[in-house]
Design a protein around this ligand. Structure first.
Ligand SMILES: NC(=O)c1ccc[n+]([C@@H]2O[C@H](COP(=O)([O-])OP(=O)(O)OC[C@H]3O[C@@H](n4cnc5c(N)ncnc54)[C@H](O)[C@@H]3O)[C@@H](O)[C@H]2O)c1
Length: 363
């Protein structure tokens, strides 16, 4: 192991996962696992960008490589069936480890397969997008889509190891990088306003290894803090992680994903803060502080002109996070302090209508 690598356990948060962050960690880790039966699902795109992976993977038969055309369409019932079929073809044993090298979509598929194949195998994650490093690889949630219904089927199955190799960030397209940056901004607003400065965002955008390692590690701790006591997503801590996502998911849906997840959530964090202000739950000063944290991240905020708020409302009303007819909206009272608002659909719609007209202009 390289001396500059950071290795830490998430057991204090009730999560049975060890995380390792460093440069060049993937190969080193696969070397450690040598001798065990490993089924390694690899993003075809990442595999083609990193020719050294193919050259250096052990050829002693201990690792079975399964290449996947990743992206949202891989986490489907047919993608699931294909991977299960391949595992059976190789007579892969229950005592083996299913691992993935890829982003959140391949992670969701592999995690679901690992939790169900022969009633559960070992599981390890090698996330390659910033979003999967700071978000989807942590906390054990996985899911498949059913037709257009996102995350319709899923389980909670934690990887025993999450190995983050910062070298993967070098090839990550800008939009993908900002999908992760948006989640980091969220963590910072929710729990640690000092997590990242404008200079930090610039370093992250430049893929500076040591700045990235520190920000990723702190982000993982923040996410885990919200998972503590709610790993199974039943008691409510996880719901704070939905900040910005009620609006964000609706915006992604009405634009058929033309606006990326990161940009949609960034707009969502601004809208949901405005909503809290409209409801008298957050002061103007604090609203402005939250908005400026989103803006200073450098995320390209999407234009909202021409987007139909009534159509967005249809998606908002389908949101799973509601109780007794009210939407449960997490918001920041101020940077670093969060609360939940129970919002009637009418209140949400009124703020939404105004927001879609005035956009990010202060009201
Ligand atoms: N399980 C969870 O807790 C959780 C949390 C958040 C999001 N998600 C899910 O994660 C998915 C999104 O994940 P994502 O943002 O990682 O997207 P992704 O997995 O679709 O990857 C995005 C694209 O980047 C490519 N890519 C991956 N790594 C690369 C690299 N290092 N260099 C160049 N290209 C690379 C992929 O091939 C793909 O085309 C969604 O399906 C979402 O529902 C799950």
């Amino acid at each position: 192991m390289c001396s500059s690598d950071s290795v830490f356990s998430l057991s204090d948060y009730g999560i049975d996962t060890t995380v390792r962050i460093g440069s060049g960690t993937v190969m080193d880790e696969l070397e450690v696992l040598k001798g065990q039966k490993i089924y390694l699902a690899v993003s075809r795109r990442v595999f083609s960008l990193r020719s050294d992976l193919a050259e250096r993977l052990p050829r002693d038969g201990s690792i079975i490589i399964y290449l996947v055309d990743d992206g949202e369409s891989c986490k489907s019932l047919s993608g699931y069936g294909a991977m299960i079929g391949d595992l059976l073809l190789h007579d892969f044993p229950r005592g083996g480890i299913i691992a993935y090298i890829g982003g959140g979509t391949l992670g969701d598929l592999s995690g679901f397969v690992s939790s169900t194949y022969k009633r559960g195998t070992g599981f390890a994650a090698f996330p390659t997008t910033l979003l999967s490093m700071v978000d989807s690889s942590i906390g054990g949630k996985n899911a498949l889509d059913y037709d257009s219904l996102k995350n319709a089927v899923g389980t909670i199955w934690n990887p025993s190891r999450v190995v983050i190799d910062l070298d993967f960030l070098d090839t990550l397209p800008r939009d993908e990088l900002y999908n992760g940056i948006s989640e980091i901004v969220k963590y910072s607003i929710l729990a640690d306003p000092d997590l990242i400065s404008s200079a930090g965002f610039r370093k992250l955008a430049q893929r500076d290894v040591s700045a990235s390692a520190d920000i990723i590690e702190r982000s993982i701790h923040i996410k885990s803090m919200f998972l503590k006591g709610d790993v199974d997503d039943r008691k409510g801590g996880r719901i704070f992680l939905n900040f910005g996502h009620t609006f964000g998911h609706a915006l992604e849906a009405v634009t058929h994903n033309a606006i990326s997840h990161g940009r949609s959530v960034a707009a969502g964090m601004i809208f949901e803060t405005q909503l809290a202000f409209d409801l008298g739950l957050c002061s103007e000063t604090n609203k402005n502080k939250v908005v400026s944290m989103v803006v200073s991240s450098g995320i390209d905020l999407p234009g909202l002109h021409g987007i139909d708020p009534s159509l967005m409302m249809k998606y908002v009303l389908n949101d799973k996070k509601s109780k007794e007819g009210k939407l449960i909206i997490p918001f920041a009272v101020r940077p670093g302090k969060v609360d939940l608002a129970m919002v009637s659909p009418l209140e949400f719609e009124k703020s939404l209508m105004e927001f879609m007209v005035s956009g990010y202009e202060q009201r």
